[in-house]
Design a protein around this ligand. Structure first.
Ligand code: PMP
Ligand code: GLN
Length: 378
């Protein structure tokens, strides 16, 4: 068989979590919490099952949940998305991203991505025969260079993918970044995919610059989001996409023949849970405490640390500790020291190696303390 994705290997998240298991390592690699979701939310799911929401949800999603999502965008970003035509509930943000890309990218068209880039963008583009045009974000700030982006745009450019708060660096787009993005997208008639799965995890008083805040940008943007990140249940795999009607129509043409619809009782429960905005508005301070706790535990370590601005990831620069490449270093940490992390060069177009590993701090303090205690010995 001729592979459609000859260069694609098993995702680094599967690889490192498996390696962590084999070596009994503290797993700070793949991004998921090691604590439970709110018991009330779990109860709501079980109620929804008992109440009979066990058959197919409507194709676009449970109507109550669509309404709650619409209310959230109005409340936070003053943007009205129509519940019946501009929102679709998906099997995690991963499916939302895949669907948005496959709905609009054609063979030979170019898609600009910022590297290091989350690993699901590139394969979806390649499957459609699209060409990836990477723009490297330079360590340690990882801020976008819009002049460089402008130079990479050609008449074949169809889409630009952005991700703020950014995985793996924790960088945030500023208002100015969004305005520059908007100007380029309008000038060159581009579709934007704005991956905003960490929208509620922002630190130090910063605010999330959602594409939804910018009228000319939101008119041409798919925004993707993940309940797993927000409500501590990555295993439920429920997320969503919002987009203007013309884009959402194309999105749903793919969605209905990809999954048709997703987990109904979970959607019902999420609709009730979302009625209280405190359930997501408290997340930034919750994770900022974890970030600060973890960094403080590492204060005597030899890693260079620029505190993450958002997401539940922290980069650690190990250039004072080892000259190994980051993949070898992360592998050795797991096998010899029993702490698993993610090397970041795997997210770069040419595996540029900034000697940075990523740790996930969505963990109990005991886990963070244990991981930091090991990292301090290096
Ligand atoms: N985008 C980014 C930047 C992510 O970190 C993740 C990982 N959770 C996803 C998308 C996928 O989200 P989900 O687990 O909801 O599919
Ligand atoms: N988003 C998670 C991370 O960055 C991983 C999700 C996955 O394993 N696909 O670690």
């Amino acid at each position: 068989i001729t592979s459609k994705l000859p260069q694609t290997e098993t995702s680094i998240f599967s690889v490192m979590s498996q390696l962590a298991k084999e070596h009994g390592a503290v797993n700070l690699s793949q991004g998921f919490p090691d604590f439970e979701s709110d018991p009330y939310l779990i109860e709501l799911v079980s109620h929804a099952m008992k109440d009979g929401y066990n058959q197919y949800a409507p194709m676009a999603g449970d109507t109550d949940l669509l309404k709650e999502i619409s209310k959230k965008y109005q409340l936070l970003y003053k943007k009205a998305y129509a519940p019946n035509s501009e929102i679709t509930i998906t099997a995690g943000a991963t499916q939302a991203i895949f669907t948005a890309i496959t709905a609009v990218v054609n063979k030979g068209e170019e898609v600009i991505i910022f590297t290091p880039a989350y690993d699901c963008y590139a394969p979806s583009i390649k499957l459609m025969g699209g060409n990836i045009v990477p723009v490297q974000l330079q360590a340690p700030a990882y801020k976008p260079d819009w002049n460089l982006v402008a130079k990479k745009i050609t008449e074949r450019t169809k889409m630009i993918i952005v991700n703020s708060p950014h995985n793996p660096s924790g960088m945030l787009f500023s208002e100015d970044d969004m305005l520059q993005l908007e100007a380029l997208a309008v000038r060159h008639d581009l579709i934007v995919l704005s991956d905003e799965v960490y929208e509620h995890i922002i630190f130090d008083g910063n605010i999330h610059q959602s594409a939804a805040r910018f009228p000319k940008l939101s008119q041409r943007t798919f925004i993707t989001a993940s309940f797993g990140k927000t409500f501590h249940n990555t295993g439920w795999k429920v997320g969503y996409c919002v987009a203007p009607q013309a884009l959402m129509r194309e999105f749903q043409k793919v969605h209905q023949f990809n999954v048709f619809s997703v987990n109904h009782p979970v959607q019902k429960a999420l609709a009730t849970y979302m009625k209280d905005p405190d359930h997501y508005l408290g997340l930034s301070s919750f994770y900022q405490k974890k970030r600060d706790f973890f960094i403080n535990e590492l204060k005597d370590a030899r890693f260079k640390i620029v505190p993450s601005h958002g997401t539940y990831f922290q980069l650690l620069d190990f250039s004072k500790i080892s000259t190994e490449n980051d993949v070898a270093f992360a592998e050795r940490l797991t096998k010899q020291y029993q702490v698993a992390t993610i090397p970041t060069s795997v997210f770069n177009a040419n595996n540029e190696d900034y000697k940075q590993i990523r740790v996930c701090f969505a963990k109990n303090e005991t886990t963070l303390k244990k991981g930091a205690a090991i990292l301090k010995t290096l």
